[in-house]
Ligand binder design. Structure first.
Ligand code: LRH
Length: 513
């Protein structure tokens, strides 16, 4: 039996998960769970990176106290955010949170210098104002002093890995989300260490886009060796081993972008499949062998994020359960305490299809009073705003399900495929109403599971590197055999078809076609 450790860090919580493989079955055990609380300081929203490091260490201590012998460990987290190291490897400042306001209005400023079509053509990445490219450009324009001393750019898992091992690498899947990586012709920093039955000859000749990096006011020298998922990127450093009293544990690169790990864990048996990774964000799309970079992909703001084993994720970001989470927080602030099951129950009892929002409207990106913003959105689009928690939650969940239908249809068009159903993975699958409504909205079955997609994807890439699985397809079959999948068959198709037309008109999305 081999026991390994996956750290999976989400925007609101993190976990250390033990993975065991016995008789071709995967078993997971949550060793340590902790909250990830962004901190507002001096008007800026930051991640508390050293607190996260502390929690990683707590995970290692818990493993030690249980007497676990770990064969390896790996970290995945949300994408786009980063920190800098200066001379001597010192951390320069606290990473900014991607929902900080410093990138407000910055996309258009950058496009005045570098056309959007050129940025998309070089990177294949969708435009989200918080992509690292816009964060870095905002920092450069603001004359941020960190940049004067910066020597190494490391994304969140890169940074934490560095604290644990002392080694600096930029993991591939996360690197692509910076929008500074050219998957076709970057040409630099090709990795040579990945394992896992993947034909190396097919690997895209990509690399950091030095020209783009220079043109936004950053330095190519900050961006280092790109490590592929499955490669060994260090061992716990002597000082960490001594501090915690633990043995040397190899540290692997996996698909360190959590969405990359979640998609690696989709229990698909067929190469052509669609997924929805459902959590704070909803990421919906398909896996492709090479990036789809054309005018239509750009127009519909689809992305081509790097995945494990030379794949790309042709997908769209949808704002996801974030809006619901923020509503709950707002009600809590007002002294109204609802659990998620209570809110979902109230939504089930509210009137159907009373109002629609486009969850991806800019209004919903920053933290804050979502019930008021939903009211504002409805006023702006000439709809009667939902009143009370049940109606508001119903509006959010129905709108999400309908937006999934919109994005799934576009995924089919852009990839030239037709899907028989949709795999849903991630914590959002516990919202059974959302799963059911998603099946209704898309008019196809939803296969929901596993819920800990990212952590499981992290584990399987480690096992593939160790030769426990011959490739990702064997691993996906094992996931299928190891975790329950709930099937939701579509119902009430006509009602949802009609609602989809009204959703497209209310949100003005029909104009996109
Ligand atoms: C989901 C996620 C998503 C990114 C966002 C910043 O956790 O990684 O794929 O777009 O966070």
């Amino acid at each position: 039996m081999t026991t390994i450790l996956a750290y999976d860090l989400g925007a609101s919580s993190g976990r250390a998960m033990l993975g065991r493989l016995t008789d071709n079955r995967i078993a997971t055990e949550e060793l340590h769970r902790f909250s990830n609380d962004p901190v507002r300081a001096a008007g800026r929203l930051h991640w508390d990176i050293l607190r996260l490091l502390h929690e990683l260490k707590q995970g290692l201590l818990k493993a030690k106290h249980k007497g676990e012998k770990l064969r390896s460990l790996a970290i995945d987290s949300w994408a786009v955010d980063f920190g800098f190291l200066g001379r001597g490897g010192e951390l320069l400042g606290n990473p900014y949170h991607y929902r900080d306001a410093h990138t407000d209005g910055v996309m258009n400023k950058l496009f005045a210098e570098i056309p959007a079509s050129e940025v998309f053509g070089r990177t294949g990445i969708q435009f989200l104002q918080f992509n690292s490219i816009f964060q870095l450009y905002a920092m450069a324009k603001a004359g941020n002093p960190i940049l004067e001393q910066a020597e190494h750019f490391l994304m969140i898992p890169d940074l934490l890995r560095y604290f644990l091992t002392g080694e600096k690498h930029n993991e591939f899947t996360n690197a692509t989300t910076t929008q500074l990586y050219n998957p076709i012709s970057g040409g630099r920093h090709k990795d040579n260490g990945a394992a896992g039955g993947w034909d190396k000859g097919n690997r895209a000749a990509g690399g950091w886009d030095a020209e783009l990096i220079r043109r936004i006011g950053a330095k190519p020298s900050w961006f280092g060796h790109v490590a592929q998922p499955g490669s060994v990127v260090g061992t716990l450093s002597a000082s960490v081993m001594e501090e915690l009293g633990v043995d040397a544990i190899p540290v692997l690169a996996v698909a360190e972008h959590d969405t990359g790990s979640a998609v690696a864990a989709v229990p698909a048996l067929n190469r052509s499949f669609a997924y929805l990774s459902c959590g704070t964000w909803s990421l919906i799309g398909t896996e492709v062998d090479s990036p789809v970079i054309d005018e239509r992909t750009q127009r519909f703001n689809f992305t081509n994020e790097g995945g494990a084993y030379g794949t790309y994720r042709l997908l769209k970001n949808i704002m996801g359960l974030w809006i619901l989470n923020e509503c709950r927080r707002e009600w809590e602030r007002a002294g109204l305490l609802y659990s998620f099951p209570e809110l979902v129950k109230m939504a089930g009892e509210a009137a159907p299809f009373a109002a629609f929002i486009d969850p991806d409207d800019d209004l919903f990106l920053p933290p804050g009073d979502m019930p008021s913003r939903i009211r504002q959105y409805c006023d702006r689009t000439g709809q009667r705003a939902p009143d009370g928690p049940g109606a508001i939650v119903r509006c959010i969940l129905e709108s999400l399900a309908l937006k999934y239908r919109y994005a799934l249809g576009l995924t089919e068009t852009l990839s030239g495929q037709r899907f028989d159903g949709l795999h849903m993975v991630g914590g959002g699958i516990h919202n059974t109403l959302l799963c059911r409504w998603t099946a209704n909205a898309i008019g196809k079955p939803v296969w929901a599971g596993p819920d800990e997609g990212s952590a499981i994807g992290n584990l399987i890439v480690q096992w593939i590197a160790q030769g426990e699985f011959s490739d990702i397809w064997e691993a996906r079959r094992t996931i299928r055999d190891s975790f329950p999948v709930t099937v939701y068959e579509p119902e009430a198709s006509e009602m949802w078809e009609d609602a989809y037309g009204r959703f497209l008109r209310a949100t003005r999305l029909e104009a996109a076609f």
